[in-house]
Design a protein around this ligand. Structure first.
Ligand code: NAD
Length: 355
């Protein structure tokens, strides 16, 4: 199924509206999901819609619930998402954090108890559009842990993503490192499962701790686990993402004394820095751009695989998909149709636009 991004975004917004969201919320979440698809992260795109619809039905996701301001002290802002759409809560938290950072030069923004905030890179992009540097530490809680600590054979924590965004001289040179601290995001295993593909890269273990390439181990009981990227180093980074996201937001971590009600809950700690604080911005940005040029010019191991910097793969994919459309494989499409039907939406009017 190949759809233009406009059609897919309209379809996503219609499903979200039928599932209970007011139109502005539906458009914000749909736009976030489509941007994830456009930049190649199908794991965080419209394929999440069936999960969101199911979580609303179970009371695990609350449409139209805006974040509450818990603390507003100098350059520290704290919000509670109260299980509302994370894409809405995080965008609003970032808007307020960006405004505060413009006043003070630096800001610390905590968001706790948001339902899935999606692709964290979206908030890095939001900061860079405002000319700011941002660092985001995210924990994933609320459900059974999916990532095994280094040396362990059972899941004990989440895919806890980290994002660092640094604006450069122009959009093509903005640096956006946005990654799960596990070898793969859970959504990537879901996409592989739906496509009937195996997962390589020694990313998974089964419930006995044996290496496997079968993504099904994450979605069946007894459950397998994903391994951290970079062995002990990725484990340390994933753990610290959780600790930072919890320590400064008051959110509950994933240990079993805390209730795991189901659904996907994210806590996020964001550090915003206005590089104008340090003056000489043009000189600094030229320095970063020169470094990026130097790295991109490294002779590649494979002639057809040039060296890139973080953010390049997403830029490239976005250019491709804006023209070629977005391919949704059959199982995911069927799940989306089923989710639409479950909220009373007849999606026939969208399907005429299928390429
Ligand atoms: P990934 O492995 O595809 O990419 C990670 C980073 O590496 C990106 O910044 C990318 O630009 C960079 N990169 C990739 N190839 C590169 C190359 N050849 N040279 C230089 N840089 C390169 O991403 P991922 O770890 O699978 O994460 C996917 C998405 O999942 C992210 O957007 C993340 O925010 C999201 N996520 C969200 C949650 C949540 O709970 N909300 C949890 C986990 C992951």
């Amino acid at each position: 199924m190949n759809l233009s991004h406009e059609t897919l975004e309209d379809l996503a917004a219609a499903i979200l509206e039928a599932a209970g969201s007011a139109r502005p919320e539906a458009r914000t979440v749909a736009s976030h999901l489509l941007q994830a698809n456009l930049c190649g992260h199908d794991s965080h795109g419209v394929g999440m819609l069936p999960t969101y619809v199911a979580n609303i039905a179970k009371g695990l996701l609350q449409p139209n619930r805006l974040p509450e301001t818990i603390s507003d002290r100098g350059n520290f802002l704290l919000f509670d998402g109260h299980r509302g759409y994370g894409q809405v809560a995080a965008k609003m938290a970032m808007e307020q954090g960006i405004a505060r950072c413009k006043e003070t030069g630096m800001a610390l923004v905590g968001l706790r108890n948001a339902h899935h905030i999606g692709r964290v890179g979206a908030y890095g992009e939001q900061s860079m559009e405002a000319g700011l540097i941002s660092l985001h530490f995210v924990s994933v809680v609320g459900h059974a842990p999916m990532v095994a600590p280094f040396g362990g054979k059972q899941g004990r924590y989440g895919t806890n993503p980290l994002c660092i965004a640094v604006p450069s001289l122009n959009d093509e040179d903005h640096l956006l490192l946005d990654m799960a601290t596990s070898k793969i995001a859970v959504g990537k295993a879901r996409v592989a499962l739906n496509k009937g593909q195996q997962v390589s890269d020694c990313a998974l273990i089964d419930s006995q701790g044996r290496p496997t390439e079968n993504p099904e181990v994450l979605f069946t009981q007894p459950q397998g686990a994903i391994l951290p990227f970079g062995e002990h180093k990725g484990y340390g980074l994933g753990l610290l993402c959780e600790v930072l996201a919890v320590a400064l937001t008051g959110g509950a971590s994933i240990h079993p004394d805390n209730a795991r009600c189901g659904g996907i809950i994210n806590h996020m700690l964001t550090i915003l820095i206005d590089p104008e604080l340090y003056g000489e911005q043009n000189a600094i940005r030229r320095e970063i751009a020169a470094l990026i040029d130097y790295l991109r010019a490294t002779p590649p191991v494979q002639a057809d695989c040039p060296v890139m910097v973080p953010g390049d793969p997403e830029r490239k994919r976005r250019q491709e998909r804006l023209t070629s459309g977005i391919l949704i494989e059959e199982v995911t499409w069927d799940e989306i149709v089923e989710a639409a039907l479950s909220v009373g939406l007849d999606i026939k009017k969208f399907t005429h636009a299928i390429c």
